[in-house]
Design a binder for this molecule. Structure first.
Ligand SMILES: *Cc1c(COP(=O)(O)O)cnc(C)c1O
Length: 384
């Protein structure tokens, strides 16, 4: 486990410079950077990573790929990452049956950077992005960074989106960006494909891009379609995906957007920084994608473990929200912070997130999930 001291300085300044009033942007004054705690604990179930180490054949392929680009690291990377984008297209054809040419795929350092590009290209001063709460906590930060206004509307009590009401909000507020997370984080809730079509039509009539954040798509239950299927019908649809979750490559930083029109990709490439995707990142991602078959078994195990944990939680009398992702939102607790701490005291790190009273646990290995179960029983017993 790494980095309990993220910002430990390697060089100490002996002399402190005279006080200076830093010309920080007014809206950033006093804002602290946000992120889940990175603690060195035995059972890390807080940021929805794939808990399994990469299989040996994938490690071999990645190592060989990095070795082969190492001699060329004196050169800038391939700016357009065409081989990577083609390999992503091949992967999607197998995973979702979507036939998408590489020219409609955009890749960047994690889907967080993809989202930033989308906000830079389609947001900005005087523009509005909307989403549906509770949802991914980073969206307001992309909006702030890009001077985009941001509004979120509440989901229903079961965490689905009230589509009639969402369409009314779109018509009256005229956003340029609509963000829908499916499966949703932190609730795991799937999006009904009929509802998505209705949203897309309304968004199109109102001139808005609709981004479906499919970070957890690979974990969806059989029969739940991907939004990729709707790309041929809606020019305003963008589907984002990531290799951070199902692929077990959170450390490599590779996310991508699948668009309905190469013109969208052309716009995103205007706002990216030069050579944003390193040769190493491209090589690692291509090697992992070419071995995606050996990762399928891990995804299957995680889905089975998720369904088993869901049933166990319900059997213990908890509320556990039906999840199509690799985590479960559960509760409710009078003192969720207390439960979280008592789990941590037993070496199990989960996440305090979502509506008051709920906690979110990522699906771990079978052994980690057992440790979570035991720790939760004990934490709740102590709550009394
Ligand atoms: C984890 C997650 C991402 C992925 O972020 P990366 O930058 O690709 O690691 C994107 N969206 C949601 C909703 C997530 O939970």
């Amino acid at each position: 486990m790494v980095m309990p001291f993220e910002f430990a300085p390697s060089v100490k300044c002996n002399s402190v410079p005279p006080a200076f009033e830093f010309p920080i942007r007014d809206d950033l004054r006093g804002v602290i950077s946000y992120g889940a705690p990175q603690l060195a604990v035995p059972v890390c179930l807080n940021v929805n990573e794939n808990p399994f180490p990469l299989p040996a054949d994938v490690v071999e392929a990645i190592t060989a790929a990095v070795r082969s680009v190492a001699t060329d690291l004196n050169r800038y990377p391939l700016r357009d990452a065409v081989v990577l984008r083609q390999t992503l297209a091949d992967y999607l054809a197998g995973e979702s049956g979507a036939q998408v040419p590489w020219g409609q795929i955009w890749a960047a350092n994690g889907s967080n950077e993809v989202m930033h590009h989308l906000f830079l290209a389609f947001g900005g001063p005087g523009r509005l992005a909307i989403s549906f709460d509770p949802t991914y906590s980073m969206y307001p930060e992309y909006a702030r960074d890009t001077f985009t206004s941001y509004l979120s509307f509440p989901r229903r009590a079961d965490f689905t989106i009230d589509i009639a009401s969402a369409c009314r909000q779109i018509v009256s507020h005229r956003p340029s960006l609509i963000l829908v997370t499916a499966p949703n984080n932190p609730t795991g809730t799937a999006l009904d494909p009929v509802d998505l079509k209705t949203l897309l039509s309304t968004a199109r009539e109102c001139g808005a891009m609709l981004i479906v954040d499919e970070a957890y798509a690979e974990f969806r239950r059989a029969g739940i379609p991907s939004a990729l299927e709707l790309l041929p019908d809606f020019a305003n649809l963008v589907v984002t995906r990531t290799m951070s979750k199902a692929f077990g490559l959170a450390g490599a930083r590779l996310g991508y957007a699948v668009t309905a029109d190469p013109a969208v990709v052309a716009t995103l490439s205007v706002v990216r920084l030069p050579y944003h995707l390193s040769s190493v990142t491209q090589a690692v991602a291509i090697a992992a994608l070419r071995h995606s078959d050996s990762l399928q078994a891990q995804v299957a195990t995680i889905r089975r473990e998720r369904d088993a944990l869901q049933e166990w939680l319900i059997g213990q009398g908890f509320e556990a929200v039906r999840s199509d992702a690799n985590f479960i939102l559960f509760g409710t607790f009078a003192d969720r912070q207390g439960i979280w701490q008592r789990l941590l005291d037993q070496g199990v790190l989960i996440r305090v997130t979502g509506p008051t009273g709920y906690l979110r646990v990522s699906i771990g290995t079978p052994v980690e999930n057992d440790r979570f179960r035991a720790a939760l029983v004990s934490a709740v017993a102590k709550e009394g």
